[in-house]
Write a protein that binds this ligand. Structure first.
Ligand SMILES: Cc1ncc(COP(=O)(O)O)c(C=O)c1O
Length: 368
């Protein structure tokens, strides 16, 4: 079976580095928010080109804390997309605010700037832009609209660690950039972890208080709305060992995507528009077809694992209310058609070719 992702293969060459990092933590006997976390915060801020990094427990908390740091809550609306896996919706609701779903563009499946401009209302206080599948969203246009309308831009970079455009890295374009280090991410821990980067020192100090119950100093709250969302030392030590390898892994992921793009030729399979530059870190390689179930079954039969990111739009999940928002045609279609093929740095060329050949040999029920 060709796996969708293979973390044992990913970590095998790093075994000695990871064991040394974990042994360092064990010997020191300090397990939460200690020197490894402080060092990782500095190293990751430098990597992203941000003044500050605040390490937290996971990527969803990072989004929620970003909203709380901006004092966004009940009565406020936050614009986001509905095809990015419920994470932003979960965080927006946890902060007490309401999501407003913005249509995506049919080609890149990222937030459509024209649809954003139309969706903003006087209640909208923030915008969460997800760089979906590891590709930069239309950040320049989205950022311009956010600035003109006085809306805070939060980047969700959980799938885009290390993606760059001329204006800076993913995470450095908004007021706040949120990251997940879930194990399957381009930069993954060996458990849950997340971080928020920002150029705003005041926001960073609010975030530091909010991640520890709202404490300004130990046991003394200076803020309401605090949470317990801390990164542990073991995860920070692991992330420090892995960060220097991230650009090489991303380069290989782009090669995997380019090889698929050159090899898959099928009239009923639509490929993502190719992006060869560093604005794409190929977190996922996603194709589209009207007959997803059939293609999935055929690939499984051929020994190729696949997954769907994501099958249900947020506005059709529980809690969204009785009346789904109108005008999310491309969002709905994407959720019905997307299929993720195996994509990770250690995938070999023969494996990529085998996946592509299996795709090309798929006999759809209704040939187009
Ligand atoms: C786009 C996106 N945002 C947010 C998250 C949430 O991260 P976590 O699982 O660490 O809470 C994820 C991943 O799981 C994600 O893919």
């Amino acid at each position: 079976m060709i796996a969708l992702n293979d973390l044992a293969r990913h970590h095998a060459p790093l075994a000695a580095e990871l064991e040394a990092a974990m042994a360092r933590v064990h010997a020191r006997g300090w397990y939460i928010l200690g020197p490894e976390v402080a060092a990782f915060e500095q190293e990751f801020a430098t990597y992203v080109g941000a003044a500050e990094c605040v390490a937290v427990a996971n990527g969803t908390d990072a989004l929620e804390l970003a909203l709380r740091a901006l004092a966004i809550g009940p009565g406020d609306a936050v614009a986001t997309v509905a095809n990015a896996g419920m994470y932003s919706t979960t965080a927006i609701r946890a902060a007490g605010a309401t999501p407003t779903y913005v249509e995506i563009d049919a080609s890149t499946l990222q937030m459509d700037p024209a649809a954003l401009a139309a969706a903003l209302t006087p209640r909208t206080r923030a915008l969460i832009v997800t760089h979906l599948y590891g590709r930069f969203a239309h950040i320049d246009l989205l950022g311009q609209i956010a600035r003109e309308r006085g809306v805070a831009l939060i980047e969700d970079c959980a799938q885009a660690h290390g993606a760059r455009i001329a204006g800076g890295m993913a995470g450095s374009h908004g007021r706040l950039g949120c990251f997940s280090f879930y194990p399957t991410k381009n930069l993954g821990a060996l458990g849950d972890a997340g971080a928020i980067v920002t150029g705003d020192r005041d926001l960073a100090s609010r975030l530091r208080a909010l991640r520890t119950y709202g404490w300004g100093t130990k046991y003394h709250c200076t803020m309401e709305g605090g949470m317990n969302s801390r990164m542990d030392e073991l995860q920070a030590a692991v992330l420090r060992a892995k960060l220097p390898h991230l650009d090489d892994w991303n380069r290989r992921r782009r090669e995997v995507a380019a090889r698929y793009a050159a090899a898959i030729r099928h009239p009923a399979i639509t490929l993502s528009p190719p992006v060869a530059d560093e604005s794409n870190v190929a977190h996922l390689y996603v194709v589209r077809t009207k007959e997803r179930h059939s293609l999935r079954a055929h690939l499984a039969e051929a020994g190729v694992a696949t997954d769907v990111h994501y099958p249900v739009p947020d506005h059709r999940q529980p809690g969204a209310g009785e009346t789904p928002p109108q005008g999310l045609v491309h969002t709905e279609r994407a959720c019905a058609e997307v299929l993720s093929l195996p994509c990770y740095p250690e995938l070999t060329d023969p494996e990529i070719d085998a996946v592509a050949t299996a795709c090309n040999r798929w006999p759809p029920a209704t040939p187009s």
